[in-house]
Design a protein around this ligand. Structure first.
Ligand code: CA
Ligand code: CA
Ligand code: CA
Length: 342
């Protein structure tokens, strides 16, 4: 993993892995075109030129260039459909799309694509695209990552970039593609097709141990906060219920290292530090006795329990059985003065 102070980037050179969630790009495979115009420097619908003259190729030459133009992609079809784009690293010829909705700062995304190398001798060299997120007003941007790139002429290679949207993502709505040569052998003209920009759509699962609870955990509500590591800054909040074995599972769009904070109605908060998401995390113990949910076991809890004493709860029924009785009182006394994690 490469890390910068702006974004954490993971470049995956494997086959594009399955991701869930809607594609956040419009016309992601370049199949929709605005006209029947032909020639150089044309872009598909929803895409525009930033610099130079990036090109669209169409099987049959129905828009932009035919695959055989200057021997670039003779005989090829798209990785998906019959159209793709290609741009020269020498200029560089850059193109972009303005996102319909800004990316959410701190959220993880996966950008996948297929790339292919041109067979034209002058540009039959390994190449790739550097992907930037750019503020359209200031033209300031950050690099989200680079695809691994092309290796051999005429073959589509699927690859993906995983990135965390930077803090400035709300104003950086332009997703920009800059062609680059990835070897010293010469300029490249990589073909690009079948883009997909999605949130990973993973889950957080695990279980909690409910201290001094004799009832069934099934249906007990818990609140899960996913926080920046070492801080109380909450990235996601999930309210869910436990299953009969104290387990839970919630969907998360986050990927990386986070703290997971869990609390229940009359249990103190417990924080699991530096857990890897998405995934299953180790068990957390939730300490009983916090009748009023203040995250401290103190005299206020004592007063509430006393006022409910002899009743059938639920307020003060700490062990989940037999209403509010001396067993609940004993649980509270044994934990008096304890504080939950912040
Ligand atoms: Ca296509
Ligand atoms: Ca309390
Ligand atoms: Ca009880």
């Amino acid at each position: 993993m490469l890390r910068s102070n702006v974004v954490a980037i993971l470049i995956l050179c494997a086959q594009a892995h399955a991701v869930s969630g809607a594609n956040l790009l419009r016309n992601p495979s370049f199949e929709t075109v605005p006209s029947a115009a032909t020639g150089e420097g044309l872009m598909p619908s929803d895409w525009f030129t930033v610099s130079g003259t990036p090109d669209t190729f169409s099987v049959g030459g129905t828009y932009g260039l035919a695959p055989s133009y200057q021997g670039n992609f003779t005989g090829m079809s798209g990785a998906q459909g019959g159209r793709w784009v290609a741009s020269w690293s020498g200029a560089p010829e850059q193109f972009a799309q303005n996102l319909t909705t800004p990316l959410v700062p701190g959220r993880s995304y996966v950008l996948s694509a297929a790339l292919a190398q041109s067979a034209r001798a002058a540009v039959n060299h390994p190449g790739s695209y550097r992907v930037l997120l750019v503020n359209p007003s200031t033209l300031q941007g950050v690099v989200l990552g680079e695809f691994t790139g092309t290796a051999v002429a005429g073959v589509w290679l699927r690859q993906s970039i995983e990135f965390v949207a930077p803090a400035t993502a709300s104003t950086m709505t332009r997703l920009q593609f800059r062609p680059i040569a990835t070897s010293t052998s010469g300029h490249a003209y990589p073909a690009l097709d079948d883009l997909s920009l999605t949130e990973p759509g993973g889950s957080l699962s695990g279980n909690v141990v409910l201290d001094a609870f004799l009832g069934s955990p099934a249906g007990v509500p818990i609140t899960i906060e996913i926080r920046n590591p070492g801080s109380t800054i909450v990235r996601e909040t999930h309210i869910t219920t436990l299953n009969a074995s104290g387990g839970y599972s919630v969907a998360t769009s986050l990927a990386g290292t986070f703290d997971v904070a869990i609390r229940g109605s009359h249990w103190l908060r417990a924080v699991g530090s530096s857990r890897t998401l998405p995934g299953s995390i180790s068990s957390l113990l939730l300490v009983n006795g916090d009748v009023d949910g203040s995250n401290a076991v103190d005299s206020d809890d004592f007063d509430l329990l006393v006022s409910g004493f002899g009743g059938q709860g639920p307020v003060g029924d700490l062990d989940g059985v037999n209403g509010v009785d001396s067993d609940d009182f004993d649980i509270l006394v044994a934990r008096f003065g304890l504080l939950g994690d912040p």
